[in-house]
Design a binder for this molecule. Sequence first.
Ligand SMILES: Cc1ncc(COP(=O)(O)O)c(C=O)c1O
Length: 294
Amino acid sequence: MVGGPHPPRILVLNYPNNPTGSTYTADGLQALAAVARKYDAVVLSDEIYGELHFEGRHVSIARYYPEGTIISSGLSKWCGAGGWRLGTFFFPKQLRWLLEAMGAVASETYTSASAPIQYAAVRAFQGGMDIDRYLVRSRRILGALARESHRRLTAAGLAVAEPHGAFYLFPDFGPLRERFATRDLMRSDRICNALLSDTDVAILPGLAFDRPTDRGVDGPPGAGRFRRRQGPVGGSEPSAGRRHRHRFSGELLRAGARGGRPHLRLGHDLVEQSLATQRASSPSRRFSSAVRIN
Ligand SMILES: Cc1ncc(COP(=O)(O)O)c(C=O)c1O
Protein backbone atom coordinates (compact mmCIF):
# COMPACT_ATOMS: atom_id res chain seq x y z
CA MET A 1 0.00 0.00 0.00
CA VAL A 2 2.45 2.66 1.14
CA GLY A 3 5.20 2.78 -1.43
CA GLY A 4 2.71 1.82 -4.14
CA PRO A 5 2.24 3.80 -7.34
CA HIS A 6 0.03 6.48 -5.71
CA PRO A 7 0.87 8.97 -2.98
CA PRO A 8 -0.67 7.75 0.30
CA ARG A 9 -4.27 8.79 0.68
CA ILE A 10 -6.87 8.41 3.35
CA LEU A 11 -10.63 8.36 3.00
CA VAL A 12 -12.66 8.98 6.15
CA LEU A 13 -16.18 7.58 6.16
CA ASN A 14 -18.82 7.79 8.84
CA TYR A 15 -22.02 5.82 8.54
CA PRO A 16 -24.70 5.62 9.77
CA ASN A 17 -23.84 9.22 9.67
CA ASN A 18 -23.64 12.04 12.12
CA PRO A 19 -25.35 14.42 11.32
CA THR A 20 -27.64 13.07 8.56
CA GLY A 21 -28.55 9.60 9.86
CA SER A 22 -27.97 8.35 6.29
CA THR A 23 -26.07 5.22 5.45
CA TYR A 24 -24.66 3.37 2.44
CA THR A 25 -26.20 0.55 0.50
CA ALA A 26 -24.13 -2.58 -0.14
CA ASP A 27 -23.75 -1.44 -3.78
CA GLY A 28 -22.51 1.96 -2.66
CA LEU A 29 -19.97 0.35 -0.33
CA GLN A 30 -18.70 -1.93 -3.08
CA ALA A 31 -18.29 1.04 -5.40
CA LEU A 32 -16.43 2.99 -2.71
CA ALA A 33 -14.23 -0.02 -1.96
CA ALA A 34 -13.32 -0.32 -5.64
CA VAL A 35 -12.29 3.33 -5.78
CA ALA A 36 -10.28 3.06 -2.55
CA ARG A 37 -8.48 -0.03 -3.85
CA LYS A 38 -7.73 1.67 -7.16
CA TYR A 39 -5.96 4.50 -5.31
CA ASP A 40 -4.41 2.40 -2.52
CA ALA A 41 -6.30 4.57 -0.07
CA VAL A 42 -6.52 3.74 3.60
CA VAL A 43 -10.17 3.87 4.58
CA LEU A 44 -10.81 5.05 8.11
CA SER A 45 -14.38 4.00 8.60
CA ASP A 46 -16.09 5.44 11.65
CA GLU A 47 -18.88 2.95 12.26
CA ILE A 48 -19.66 3.95 15.81
CA TYR A 49 -23.38 4.06 14.92
CA GLY A 50 -23.32 0.69 13.16
CA GLU A 51 -25.25 -1.08 15.91
CA LEU A 52 -27.88 1.63 15.68
CA HIS A 53 -28.87 0.89 12.10
CA PHE A 54 -32.65 0.87 12.51
CA GLU A 55 -33.04 -2.51 10.83
CA GLY A 56 -29.94 -4.00 12.45
CA ARG A 57 -28.41 -4.38 8.98
CA HIS A 58 -25.22 -2.38 9.13
CA VAL A 59 -22.50 -3.60 6.76
CA SER A 60 -18.87 -2.58 7.16
CA ILE A 61 -16.89 -1.50 4.12
CA ALA A 62 -14.22 -3.87 5.50
CA ARG A 63 -16.27 -6.66 3.94
CA TYR A 64 -15.34 -5.30 0.48
CA TYR A 65 -11.95 -3.76 1.23
CA PRO A 66 -10.52 -5.75 4.14
CA GLU A 67 -6.85 -5.06 3.42
CA GLY A 68 -7.15 -1.27 3.58
CA THR A 69 -9.93 -0.56 6.07
CA ILE A 70 -9.54 0.55 9.66
CA ILE A 71 -12.85 0.44 11.51
CA SER A 72 -13.30 2.79 14.42
CA SER A 73 -16.10 2.33 16.88
CA GLY A 74 -16.78 2.58 20.58
CA LEU A 75 -19.26 2.14 23.38
CA SER A 76 -20.65 5.68 23.48
CA LYS A 77 -23.54 5.22 21.09
CA TRP A 78 -25.00 1.72 21.12
CA CYS A 79 -24.30 1.31 24.85
CA GLY A 80 -25.63 4.73 25.74
CA ALA A 81 -22.24 5.35 27.36
CA GLY A 82 -21.49 8.80 25.98
CA GLY A 83 -18.73 10.44 27.95
CA TRP A 84 -17.16 7.12 28.97
CA ARG A 85 -15.10 7.41 25.83
CA LEU A 86 -14.05 3.87 25.22
CA GLY A 87 -13.11 3.72 21.56
CA THR A 88 -11.95 0.79 19.45
CA PHE A 89 -9.97 0.41 16.25
CA PHE A 90 -9.79 -2.69 14.09
CA PHE A 91 -6.73 -2.76 11.87
CA PRO A 92 -6.00 -5.21 9.07
CA LYS A 93 -2.64 -6.93 9.33
CA GLN A 94 -1.46 -5.04 6.24
CA LEU A 95 -1.62 -1.80 8.26
CA ARG A 96 0.29 -3.02 11.26
CA TRP A 97 2.87 -0.23 10.80
CA LEU A 98 0.12 2.32 11.26
CA LEU A 99 -1.31 0.53 14.27
CA GLU A 100 2.10 0.61 15.94
CA ALA A 101 2.59 4.30 15.18
CA MET A 102 -0.87 5.10 16.50
CA GLY A 103 -0.25 3.02 19.60
CA ALA A 104 2.93 4.98 20.29
CA VAL A 105 1.15 8.32 19.97
CA ALA A 106 -1.84 7.12 21.99
CA SER A 107 0.23 5.76 24.83
CA GLU A 108 1.90 9.15 25.23
CA THR A 109 -1.44 10.97 25.03
CA TYR A 110 -3.95 9.17 27.22
CA THR A 111 -2.17 6.03 28.44
CA SER A 112 -5.27 3.87 29.05
CA ALA A 113 -8.96 3.80 29.82
CA SER A 114 -9.73 3.80 33.54
CA ALA A 115 -10.36 0.44 35.24
CA PRO A 116 -14.13 0.93 35.85
CA ILE A 117 -14.64 1.67 32.17
CA GLN A 118 -12.64 -1.39 31.20
CA TYR A 119 -14.80 -3.59 33.42
CA ALA A 120 -17.95 -2.13 31.87
CA ALA A 121 -16.48 -2.72 28.42
CA VAL A 122 -15.75 -6.37 29.18
CA ARG A 123 -19.41 -6.83 30.05
CA ALA A 124 -20.57 -4.94 26.96
CA PHE A 125 -18.37 -6.94 24.61
CA GLN A 126 -19.43 -10.25 26.14
CA GLY A 127 -22.85 -9.54 24.67
CA GLY A 128 -25.76 -11.87 25.39
CA MET A 129 -29.53 -11.91 25.38
CA ASP A 130 -29.98 -8.85 27.60
CA ILE A 131 -27.83 -6.70 25.38
CA ASP A 132 -29.45 -8.04 22.22
CA ARG A 133 -32.89 -7.24 23.59
CA TYR A 134 -31.77 -3.77 24.60
CA LEU A 135 -30.38 -3.15 21.12
CA VAL A 136 -33.52 -4.38 19.39
CA ARG A 137 -35.60 -2.01 21.51
CA SER A 138 -33.22 0.90 21.03
CA ARG A 139 -33.32 0.46 17.26
CA ARG A 140 -37.09 0.22 17.25
CA ILE A 141 -37.51 3.40 19.30
CA LEU A 142 -34.87 5.36 17.41
CA GLY A 143 -36.29 4.25 14.06
CA ALA A 144 -39.83 5.20 15.01
CA LEU A 145 -38.73 8.59 16.30
CA ALA A 146 -36.59 9.26 13.25
CA ARG A 147 -39.29 8.25 10.77
CA GLU A 148 -41.93 10.34 12.48
CA SER A 149 -39.64 13.36 12.78
CA HIS A 150 -38.66 12.96 9.16
CA ARG A 151 -42.31 12.74 8.13
CA ARG A 152 -43.27 15.86 10.04
CA LEU A 153 -40.32 17.94 8.93
CA THR A 154 -40.89 16.93 5.31
CA ALA A 155 -44.60 17.74 5.63
CA ALA A 156 -43.61 21.16 7.00
CA GLY A 157 -41.68 21.80 3.78
CA LEU A 158 -38.09 21.14 4.87
CA ALA A 159 -35.68 19.08 2.79
CA VAL A 160 -34.40 16.23 4.95
CA ALA A 161 -32.44 13.13 3.98
CA GLU A 162 -34.15 9.97 5.13
CA PRO A 163 -32.38 8.61 8.22
CA HIS A 164 -31.50 4.93 8.46
CA GLY A 165 -29.56 4.85 11.69
CA ALA A 166 -28.02 6.83 14.55
CA PHE A 167 -30.00 9.63 16.17
CA TYR A 168 -29.71 12.66 13.96
CA LEU A 169 -31.56 14.56 11.27
CA PHE A 170 -30.04 17.29 9.16
CA PRO A 171 -32.85 19.37 7.70
CA ASP A 172 -32.39 22.10 5.14
CA PHE A 173 -34.51 25.11 6.04
CA GLY A 174 -33.86 26.69 2.64
CA PRO A 175 -37.34 25.93 1.23
CA LEU A 176 -38.83 28.11 3.99
CA ARG A 177 -36.48 31.01 3.28
CA GLU A 178 -39.19 33.55 2.54
CA ARG A 179 -41.18 32.80 5.66
CA PHE A 180 -38.09 32.93 7.81
CA ALA A 181 -37.03 36.23 6.27
CA THR A 182 -40.15 37.94 7.61
CA ARG A 183 -38.93 37.12 11.13
CA ASP A 184 -35.33 38.06 10.45
CA LEU A 185 -34.29 34.42 10.75
CA MET A 186 -31.82 34.22 7.90
CA ARG A 187 -29.04 32.65 9.94
CA SER A 188 -29.04 29.17 11.34
CA ASP A 189 -28.07 30.33 14.86
CA ARG A 190 -31.05 32.70 14.89
CA ILE A 191 -33.36 29.90 13.83
CA CYS A 192 -32.04 27.77 16.69
CA ASN A 193 -32.46 30.57 19.23
CA ALA A 194 -36.01 31.24 18.04
CA LEU A 195 -36.86 27.55 18.16
CA LEU A 196 -35.50 27.27 21.67
CA SER A 197 -37.40 30.27 23.00
CA ASP A 198 -40.65 29.45 21.13
CA THR A 199 -40.76 25.69 21.68
CA ASP A 200 -38.04 24.65 24.18
CA VAL A 201 -36.51 22.46 21.46
CA ALA A 202 -32.73 22.68 21.23
CA ILE A 203 -30.90 21.91 17.98
CA LEU A 204 -27.46 22.72 16.68
CA PRO A 205 -27.13 25.42 14.03
CA GLY A 206 -25.54 24.80 10.66
CA LEU A 207 -22.68 27.11 11.55
CA ALA A 208 -21.53 24.48 14.06
CA PHE A 209 -20.96 22.37 10.92
CA ASP A 210 -18.94 25.06 9.17
CA ARG A 211 -21.92 25.89 7.00
CA PRO A 212 -21.83 29.51 5.84
CA THR A 213 -23.64 32.02 8.04
CA ASP A 214 -23.58 34.92 5.65
CA ARG A 215 -25.75 33.60 2.86
CA GLY A 216 -29.01 33.46 4.67
CA VAL A 217 -30.88 30.24 4.98
CA ASP A 218 -29.34 28.49 2.07
CA GLY A 219 -28.27 25.20 2.65
CA PRO A 220 -28.31 23.11 4.23
CA PRO A 221 -27.88 25.16 7.39
CA GLY A 222 -28.57 22.01 9.29
CA ALA A 223 -30.20 21.11 12.48
CA GLY A 224 -28.74 17.97 13.77
CA ARG A 225 -25.88 17.39 16.04
CA PHE A 226 -22.31 17.52 15.01
CA ARG A 227 -18.88 18.12 16.30
CA ARG A 228 -16.89 20.82 14.61
CA ARG A 229 -14.07 19.00 12.88
CA GLN A 230 -11.53 21.75 13.16
CA GLY A 231 -11.88 25.45 13.26
CA PRO A 232 -10.17 28.49 11.94
CA VAL A 233 -10.57 30.68 15.00
CA GLY A 234 -10.34 34.40 14.42
CA GLY A 235 -10.98 34.18 10.70
CA SER A 236 -7.74 32.62 9.54
CA GLU A 237 -7.65 31.62 5.89
CA PRO A 238 -8.60 27.97 5.44
CA SER A 239 -5.89 25.78 3.97
CA ALA A 240 -6.13 24.52 0.41
CA GLY A 241 -6.84 21.03 1.73
CA ARG A 242 -9.60 22.39 3.90
CA ARG A 243 -11.16 24.32 1.02
CA HIS A 244 -10.91 21.20 -1.08
CA ARG A 245 -12.66 19.10 1.54
CA HIS A 246 -15.40 21.66 1.88
CA ARG A 247 -15.89 21.87 -1.85
CA PHE A 248 -16.04 18.11 -1.93
CA SER A 249 -18.58 17.67 0.86
CA GLY A 250 -20.56 20.63 -0.49
CA GLU A 251 -20.78 18.92 -3.87
CA LEU A 252 -21.82 15.71 -2.23
CA LEU A 253 -24.58 17.39 -0.27
CA ARG A 254 -25.79 19.34 -3.26
CA ALA A 255 -25.80 16.22 -5.39
CA GLY A 256 -27.74 14.44 -2.66
CA ALA A 257 -30.26 17.24 -2.38
CA ARG A 258 -30.70 17.42 -6.16
CA GLY A 259 -31.35 13.74 -6.48
CA GLY A 260 -33.75 13.84 -3.54
CA ARG A 261 -31.96 10.76 -2.24
CA PRO A 262 -30.03 10.09 0.91
CA HIS A 263 -26.78 12.01 0.68
CA LEU A 264 -24.46 9.10 1.22
CA ARG A 265 -25.67 6.99 -1.66
CA LEU A 266 -23.94 9.21 -4.18
CA GLY A 267 -20.50 9.04 -2.74
CA HIS A 268 -18.26 6.89 -4.86
CA ASP A 269 -17.94 8.96 -8.03
CA LEU A 270 -17.18 12.09 -6.04
CA VAL A 271 -14.74 10.16 -3.90
CA GLU A 272 -13.04 9.00 -7.05
CA GLN A 273 -12.70 12.59 -8.27
CA SER A 274 -11.37 13.68 -4.96
CA LEU A 275 -8.86 10.88 -4.52
CA ALA A 276 -7.64 11.34 -8.06
CA THR A 277 -6.88 15.01 -7.45
CA GLN A 278 -5.25 14.70 -4.03
CA ARG A 279 -1.58 15.54 -4.20
CA ALA A 280 1.15 15.07 -1.64
CA SER A 281 1.42 18.47 0.06
CA SER A 282 4.49 17.60 2.07
CA PRO A 283 6.87 14.70 1.58
CA SER A 284 7.30 14.49 5.36
CA ARG A 285 3.66 13.63 5.77
CA ARG A 286 2.58 10.06 5.45
CA PHE A 287 -0.83 11.08 4.17
CA SER A 288 -1.22 13.84 1.67
CA SER A 289 -4.72 14.81 2.61
CA ALA A 290 -7.95 13.45 3.91
CA VAL A 291 -11.42 13.35 2.55
CA ARG A 292 -14.18 13.21 5.05
CA ILE A 293 -17.68 12.58 3.82
CA ASN A 294 -20.52 13.88 5.88
C1 LIG B 1 -19.35 10.01 14.19
C2 LIG B 1 -18.81 9.95 15.60
N1 LIG B 1 -17.68 9.28 15.83
C3 LIG B 1 -17.16 9.20 17.06
C4 LIG B 1 -17.76 9.82 18.13
C5 LIG B 1 -17.06 9.68 19.44
O1 LIG B 1 -17.81 9.48 20.54
P1 LIG B 1 -17.15 9.42 21.99
O2 LIG B 1 -15.96 10.31 22.00
O3 LIG B 1 -18.24 9.88 22.88
O4 LIG B 1 -16.79 7.98 22.22
C6 LIG B 1 -18.95 10.56 17.93
C7 LIG B 1 -19.62 11.27 19.03
O5 LIG B 1 -20.45 12.11 18.87
C8 LIG B 1 -19.50 10.62 16.63
O6 LIG B 1 -20.63 11.26 16.35
